[in-house]
Write a protein that binds this ligand. Structure first.
Ligand code: SF4
Ligand code: SF4
Length: 320
């Protein structure tokens, strides 16, 4: 998939079925077409009987908690190793600023502060290196709370007590522009005052304030009405890091060969549109890099019973 298509899909366009395939992919699709329905069902059942993994989820949750605890403990014990919160901080004296927060500040105050530029540059390089939206799933404390809310939503949905009302994915792109315009017009970082990422991060470090009521309300709304509403349809931080990750060396890679196309990966994914290639006849090549909107959370890798999805470091994997 081209970079442009990946960005268009991230902004809200629907993924399309490829019109042309590489000869290797075409041959694999043809071989899979010959497999009878009953035989395929048997293969899927056998693969599932042997597979159960939460490896990447556990590593990721441990990392997310550890990163946030560094901020908390540093403040509580006045270590001054890390000062501030995830929005803006100083790490061993180096200024760090979340990209979206920095953008909001510059738009609101119409100034380019040198510390902000240094902090933003450092963070930009770091998250480019780690994969862009890796920030969301490996660091953002709201992401972890929203994952728990999602589990409750899915549990209640299985009992037919709640129903998901999905929105158009393009809503996030529209809101991105709205938040930017609000900052320019009001001279105030409007998004920062409602961002659950900043609110939860500050609540962990300095203790919860009234703003946590807003976060709890959001989580309750996600449980009852819209699965992962904030991360899927609202958060401009995710979109900003999505752009960064579009050219990142760390990504998830799909291999067509052993895929059963039953879609377990898509069921667990926050952004299932990036896994469209896992549908039968949707992969244009044998290997497909997963698109910019992917948070590199690893849930699909854990879920896949055939090892068809894996992490890749561009250019390095062949050397490792
Ligand atoms: S594609 Fe996989 S790694 Fe990426 S967001 Fe979806 S589940 Fe997570
Ligand atoms: S890549 Fe997705 S559809 Fe293919 S086998 Fe793995 S979980 Fe199933």
């Amino acid at each position: 998939m081209s970079l442009l298509s990946s960005l268009k899909i991230m902004l809200g366009a629907a993924p399309e079925r490829p019109t042309a395939y590489t000869p290797e992919a075409e041959a694999m699709h043809e071989a899979k077409r010959q497999v009878k329905g009953a035989e395929r069902a048997k293969e899927i059942k056998a693969a599932h009987a042997e597979h159960r993994s939460h490896k990447w989820r556990n590593i990721r949750w441990a990392t997310l908690i550890a990163v946030n605890m560094v901020f908390v403990l540093s403040f509580r014990f006045d270590v001054q190793l890390v000062e501030g919160s995830l929005t803006a901080s100083r790490v061993i004296g180096f200024h760090m600023a979340d990209l979206n927060s920095a953008l909001q500040v510059m738009l609101a105050y119409k100034v380019i502060l040198i510390n902000l530029v240094i902090g933003t540059g450092t963070v930009l390089f770091m998250w480019w290196l780690f994969g862009g939206r890796t920030f969301c799933s490996w660091t953002c404390p709201y992401h972890l709370l929203a994952e728990i809310a999602e589990k409750i939503h899915l549990f209640l949905a299985a009992k037919r007590m709640v129903v998901d009302y999905p929105l158009h994915r393009g809503a996030r792109s529209v809101l991105y522009v709205v938040f930017a315009l609000l900052a320019v017009i009001s001279g105030y970082t409007v998004y920062e005052s409602i961002s659950p990422t900043g609110i939860v991060s500050r609540a962990l470090i300095y203790g919860p304030g009234l703003a946590m009521i807003w976060v709890l309300g959001l989580l309750a709304y996600e449980v009852v009405f819209i699965r992962r509403m904030w991360c899927r349809y609202v958060c401009p931080i995710g979109l900003t890091y999505g752009f960064v990750g579009s050219v990142s060396p760390v990504r998830v890679k799909y291999n067509l060969e052993n895929c059963l196309h039953e879609g377990d990966c898509r069921k667990v994914c926050l952004v299932p549109h990036v896994l469209e290639c896992t549908k039968k006849t949707y992969a244009e090549d044998v290997e497909v890099a997963i698109g910019a909107d992917c948070t590199r959370c690893g849930l699909c890798i854990d879920a896949c019973p055939t090892g068809s999805l894996r992490y890749e470091i561009k250019g390095l994997n062949k050397l490792l």
